[in-house]
Design a protein around this ligand. Structure first.
Ligand SMILES: NC(=O)c1ccc[n+]([C@@H]2O[C@H](COP(=O)([O-])OP(=O)(O)OC[C@H]3O[C@@H](n4cnc5c(N)ncnc54)[C@H](OP(=O)(O)O)[C@@H]3O)[C@@H](O)[C@H]2O)c1
Length: 285
């Protein structure tokens, strides 16, 4: 199988690319601003550049494209990267009849009617949610697609985006509030990577909710991650409700379909941490 991964230099991509290299006959994984050390298969790509996307896809002729580029990390160009990226990647996949696995998010929902099933209509609250919801509408124009809606991605070898942000703030002694009313089902990056590769080889089409089976508030999740990373300096850490008009509150995804479709298990955070030796305390807030 020939696999192309966009966003290979991102948090998911950095974990997914080495796994895909083992599974794929040939692999290309792309970067944008973070050039990786010289590794086989890494290519520069700006997904907003249609000609460059088509040149890469036509030249490589992938069987599967895993489109992971475009996240909430780059506020200025984020919407453009997500929307135009989806347009260009979808167009290129359609030309070659490649299978397209598109990474989307639980925050296409407004967080007021959880748990959310695949058929529930998106109801985004903020720019990122809107852009990802629009990208989904673009991707469905290509028949052989899977939209993987997922939740907070975390790893045990590299700190996830959210935990890094908390730790930086704590180090700078800035006040941080971990929200008690934002509920997510965080997913271990190894699980998500495995699920993407499994989906590459299945003939399932449509939306699939792929997330961990344990729903936690950001406060409960954040406290577990700080314990895992051994972060003690918590003097400026508070817990409390967020602003649910601006940020979706409960985006718990119903993962029943993924559990019956995939061989990849979808463990919750406690199961993953316990398996790796962390003693789980009472983290309720
Ligand atoms: N992280 C989460 O908790 C989470 C939760 C739900 C859904 N998701 C979705 O999962 C996917 C992966 O997320 P992630 O956390 O791995 O993202 P990330 O770490 O922020 O990485 C984003 C990737 O997009 C690339 N990129 C940015 N601008 C680009 C451009 N113009 N052209 C091509 N590539 C560009 C980046 O390249 P450079 O770094 O080289 O610039 C990087 O590889 C995204 O679709 C995201 O929406 C993530």
């Amino acid at each position: 199988m020939r696999i192309l991964i966009t966003g290979g230099s991102g948090y998911l991509g950095r974990h997914l690319a080495p796994l895909a290299a083992e599974a794929a006959g040939e692999l290309i994984h792309t970067y944008f601003s973070r050039r990786p050390p010289p590794v086989i298969g890494a290519r520069y790509l700006d997904v907003r550049d249609l000609a460059a996307v088509i040149e890469l896809v036509d030249g490589f002729e992938p069987d599967v494209i895993i489109h992971a580029a475009g996240s909430s990390g780059r506020p200025h160009s984020m919407v453009d990267v997500i929307r135009r990226g989806a347009q260009n990647i979808t167009a290129a996949a359609a030309r070659r009849d490649a299978r397209l696995i598109h990474l989307s998010t639980d925050v296409v929902f407004d967080g007021r009617q959880a748990p959310y099933a695949e058929a529930d209509p998106p109801s985004p609250l903020h720019d990122y949610g809107w852009a990802k919801a629009e990208a989904e509408q673009i991707v469905v124009r290509h028949e052989d697609h899977v939209i993987v809606r997922t939740s907070l991605i975390y790893g045990l070898q590299e700190m996830d985006h959210g935990t890094s942000w908390i730790v930086e703030a704590l180090r700078a002694q800035r006040p941080v509030t971990l929200f008690t009313d934002q509920i997510r089902n965080p997913i271990w990056v190894a699980t998500l990577s495995q699920a993407c590769l499994e989906l590459a080889a299945l003939d399932y089409r449509g939306v699939l909710h792929v997330a961990g089976t344990q729903a936690l508030s950001r406060a409960e999740f954040g406290r577990r991650m700080l314990d895992w990373w051994g972060v003690d300096r918590r003097e400026t850490l508070a817990v409390g409700p967020g602003n649910s008009d601006r940020w979706p509150a409960n985006c718990t995804l119903d993962v029943g379909r993924a559990l019956s479709l995939l061989k990849t298990p979808l463990p919750g955070v406690d199961e993953v941490l316990r398996y790796h030796g962390l003693e789980i305390r009472d983290y309720r807030v």
